[in-house]
Design a protein around this ligand. Structure first.
Ligand code: SAM
Length: 257
């Protein structure tokens, strides 16, 4: 399937499902069963910072950043509905907000070497071209700038609950586009190994600072184990992983001639 066709299908899927995800995966949370930003403090001080959200969705993470004192709030998202919703949500901070309806695989007019922080909460894995997307993100950051993202851990959807136990139904090793079972409409997400995310970041000239896949479990288990994100599954494998990386700052390097 062509990448443009996947983007078209995924956009259609998100236009239909945007309401279902209103504010669902947003900072300070990084994702299901994960440590939160309140515990991890990966971003450091955000006061006065220029910030870009990749796959900004309903804008709740940008709102968190704005409330924390960020100076400029920029966002990119594929879905018209999500961008409209984010605009409404961020209305009170509108003087510092710039939003683009665009696939993250393209630069819709974002300034280069401009941002102190770029982040993506449960959106980066939607990309149809990880290499290109990371290379754009790298170009938007100032030298020394921070890139943080969270996404579903690639082992998580390999396990399926059936006949009272979890079975490894899909290969972890085979990468590529797959129809996603959790969705009520047809959407395609690329399965990528954890090492692919890490190595593609390194190839895009990022320095990896931290990889986190710790699991936080509730004290009691009450829900159905066949739910997409169930505590029972999270006792076996992580649901979420987080990566913090920085853009190499070469300004202080000596040049030997
Ligand atoms: C789970 S939501 C993100 C939630 C959001 N980060 C927040 O903080 O509220 C994932 C988002 O990725 C967007 N998306 C999916 N594919 C995309 C692509 N190729 N380029 C840009 N955005 C994309 C969807 O429209 C959706 O809004």
């Amino acid at each position: 399937m062509k990448r443009t066709e996947i983007l078209r299908m995924n956009k259609e899927g998100w236009e239909k499902s945007a309401e279902r995800f209103y504010g669902r995966t947003a900072l300070p949370e990084y994702g299901p069963f994960s440590l939160s930003e309140e515990q991890l403090h990966l971003f450091g001080p955000i006061t006065g910072k220029k910030i870009l959200d990749i796959g900004c969705g309903s804008g709740h993470s940008l709102q968190y950043m704005g409330n924390g004192g960020a100076q400029e709030l920029w966002g990119v998202d594929l879905s018209t509905k999500q961008i409209e919703t984010a605009k409404k949500l961020l209305h009170s901070q509108e003087s510092k907000v710039t939003l683009f309806e665009s696939p993250m695989e393209e630069n819709p007019g974002l300034p280069l070497e401009y941002f102190d922080i770029v982040y993506s909460i449960y959106a980066l894995g939607w990309t149809v071209d990880l290499q290109k997307t990371l290379s754009h993100i790298h170009s938007y950051l100032k030298p020394g700038g921070i890139f943080i993202f969270s996404w579903e851990h690639p082992i998580h959807d390999r396990l399926t609950y059936e006949n009272s136990s979890f079975t490894l139904k899909k290969s972890y090793n085979i990468e590529g586009p797959e129809y996603n079972e959790a969705w009520h409409s047809n959407v395609v997400i690329h399965h990528r190994k954890l090492s692919t995310y890490i190595n593609t970041l390194i190839e895009a000239n990022f320095i990896i600072e931290k990889v986190i896949d710790d699991v936080v479990l509730p004290a009691t288990i009450t829900e159905d184990p066949s739910k997409w994100y169930s505590t029972q599954k999270a006792t076996l494998v992580p649901a979420t992983f987080i990566v913090k990386a920085t853009k190499r700052d070469i300004s202080h390097c000596l040049i030997n001639t």
